[in-house]
Design a protein around this ligand. Structure first.
Ligand code: ADP
Ligand code: ASP
Ligand code: MG
Length: 440
């Protein structure tokens, strides 16, 4: 079984959906295809939810209508026969009726998750309608029937596997399955999701659950690049990455992969390929167990970081101090990305500030607290880079014009992370592109 995930831009235009259909029809192996929502849809659904949360129903209504008109145009270019058009229209009617009903109900977080799920439900159903029009046999397996997370919002692979295998076994002759990325059920049985960009995670979880031969992530770029192509002009695709390298890049901001999307594949040693829907012949990136060569492979940046410094000459040297500090973050389920210590202070970074007030007041008894907002973590990733002094020298020489707030080095052998002001991210990424990769 092969797993193929197509992201928002890969299905965002009718002609792109047509290309996806062609791509999935080659080869004999059974395939499970995961689709994201059409590009822009989840953003629109987020906006609709925000309007409802703030009581702006009229605004939400107009946002729903605008999104609807996009789908009205989309389906007419997607399918041509009267039967297929009738079916596509019925799908769109059903999901937009649901959104209109929601306008009349009082807002809740759980309802918002239902709103967010509409994008993937629409894209997969419309795609199946197109395949049917083309005479292609495929079975749609609803993600909400098998994909689940527990009370800690962690996916439940054994349960996912059991349900999915039972579902697939109902169609022993089927060669092509389709399902939704991103959406799942939570421990309360409500509709939930795997966070933004979560369809990559769906693909990896399904790959792990089914022990797939390969997981393919199809997107709008020819693989993982050495630097963020949205910020730096000349970047190049990396042909091979180890699971550890890819996981670090995803976690530290390389948007091409959801931050958690590598571990399930890694755990079951399933190769992940990053491929370009618009350029299917391009080599892309293969992510597998073994690293390929040493040196810096890529740089990623994670924005919106808050640095917290706890200063205390009295307590810091006492044993148990770090444990107490970490317990505060554990209490608020907030993960720490970077940490540095000195004799009188400990600095750490978080990206989720939902519980910042609570964290701050719980830390105050330990010493004085300083906070810096809008920071960025720049991560350099590559096999053994943290064990290669020449690389360190090059990195710090290159970053001379940029003040460094924190440095994390030696935590793993393939990562060097540096905290800088968010406003200097672009400059830092550009300098490193030249200084480390020799790319202007
Ligand atoms: P999809 O909708 O297919 O999931 P995403 O927008 O989530 O696509 O991810 C692909 C985008 O990730 C690319 O278009 C690119 O702008 C961005 N990106 C950020 N960093 C990198 C990187 N290091 N390599 C490749 N793409 C990256
Ligand atoms: N549609 C969701 C999002 O935009 C999930 C995904 O595309 O991976 O975040
Ligand atoms: Mg994505």
């Amino acid at each position: 079984m092969k797993i193929l995930k197509f992201g928002g831009t890969s299905v965002g235009k009718p002609e792109r959906m047509h290309s996806v259909a062609k791509l999935i029809m080659s080869g004999d192996e059974t395939k499970l295809v995961i689709l994201s929502a059409l590009s822009g849809t989840t953003n629109s659904l987020v906006e609709i939810g925000q309007s409802l949360a703030s009581g702006h129903k009229e605004l939400a209504k107009s946002q729903i209508e605008k999104l609807r008109s996009h789908y009205d145009q989309f389906y007419q270019a997607l399918v041509q026969t009267p039967e297929a058009r009738k079916e596509a229209l019925a799908i769109i009617d059903e999901h937009f009726e649901f959104l209109h009903i929601i306008l009349k109900i009082s807002y809740s977080e759980a309802l918002n998750k239902d709103i967010l799920a509409q994008g993937e439900l629409l894209s997969t159903k419309l795609f199946r309608t197109y395949l049917k029009e083309q005479g292609v046999q495929a079975t749609l397996i609803p993600a909400l029937d098998f994909m689940s997370i527990d009370e800690q919002n962690e996916p439940e692979i054994p349960k996912i596997k059991k349900r999915l295998v039972t579902l697939l076994n109902q169609y022993p002759k089927e060669k092509l399955f389709i399902t939704q990325g991103y959406i799942c059920k939570n421990a309360k049985g409500e509709v939930d999701n795997l966070k933004r960009g979560g369809s990559d995670y769906t693909a990896s979880l399904i790959g792990a659950a089914l022990n797939a031969t390969e997981i393919q992530i199809w997107t709008d770029i020819d693989g993982m690049h050495n630097n963020d192509p949205r910020i730096v002009e000349h970047t190049v695709a990396i042909h091979q990455l180890s699971f550890d390298e890819a996981a670090e890049l995803a976690y530290f901001g390389a948007k091409i992969l959801h931050p958690a999307s590598i571990w399930p594949a890694q755990h079951f040693n399933i190769p992940v390929k990053l491929l370009n829907t618009m350029q299917p012949e391009a080599k892309g990136t293969v992510i597998m167990e073994l690293p390929d060569g040493d040196g810096v492979k890529a740089i990623a940046a994670k924005d919106g970081i808050t640095a917290i410094k706890i200063k205390s000459s009295r307590m810091l040297l006492a044993y148990g101090f770090l444990r107490k500090t970490f317990e505060v973050f554990e209490k608020y389920k907030t993960s720490i990305d970077m940490i540095t210590t000195s004799e009188v202070a400990v600095s750490l970074t978080i990206d989720d500030i939902t519980h910042l007030q609570g964290i701050q007041s719980d830390l105050e008894p330990f010493g004085s607290i300083e906070m810096d907002f809008d920071q960025t973590i720049i991560s350099l990733v590559g096999n053994e880079i943290a064990a290669t002094p020449a690389i360190l020298k090059k990195v710090f020489d290159t970053l001379e014009p940029v003040p460094l707030r924190m440095i994390s080095y030696g935590g793993s052998r393939h990562n060097i992370s540096i905290l800088i002001k968010g406003s200097q991210k672009k400059e830092a990424l550009q300098l490193l592109n030249k200084g480390v990769f020799g790319l202007e």
